[in-house]
Design a protein around this ligand. Structure first.
Ligand SMILES: [Cu+2]
Length: 131
């Protein structure tokens, strides 16, 4: 069968085109990324037990603060909405933490980025007991 290899190859051309399109789309997304917290910007070592504090979350891109929320998560999965406000620059969100007991806690953020995507994510932090 002489035709068979030719037919198979011609089917591969549109597939390659689709793959190139997907790659191009992914590359564009990487340039105007959705918002992710730069974890190195969040320092929980300064948080004191049983003391309210404001913390600053630095994102990798411009965020729309009025359309963004931050929640405190407890180990039972209960969420408490926290007060937020813009920080310095358009990548920063200031979050008011209530007085917390020593131990592990988590923050969940739902943030609208400049590219129009919502990011819903969470990270853990720790309140150390006073020595
Ligand atoms: Cu995005």
């Amino acid at each position: 069968m002489q035709l068979r290899p030719f037919v198979v190859r011609s089917r591969h051309v549109p597939l390659a085109a689709v793959l190139l399109f997907v790659l191009a789309a992914l590359t564009t997304t990487a340039v105007r990324a959705h918002a992710v917290v730069k974890l190195e910007s969040f320092d929980d070592s300064t948080l004191k037990p049983h003391q309210a504090a404001s913390v600053s979350l630095q994102f990798n891109t411009t965020i729309h603060v009025p359309f963004s929320q931050c929640y405190l998560l407890d180990a039972a999965g209960k969420e408490t909405l926290l007060a937020t406000r813009p920080g310095d620059g358009q990548h920063r969100l200031i979050v008011d933490l209530p007085a917390l007991a020593p131990g592990a806690h988590a923050l969940r953020y739902r943030v609208l980025a400049a590219d129009g995507h919502y990011t819903d994510n969470a990270f853990r932090f720790r309140i150390r007991a006073e020595p």
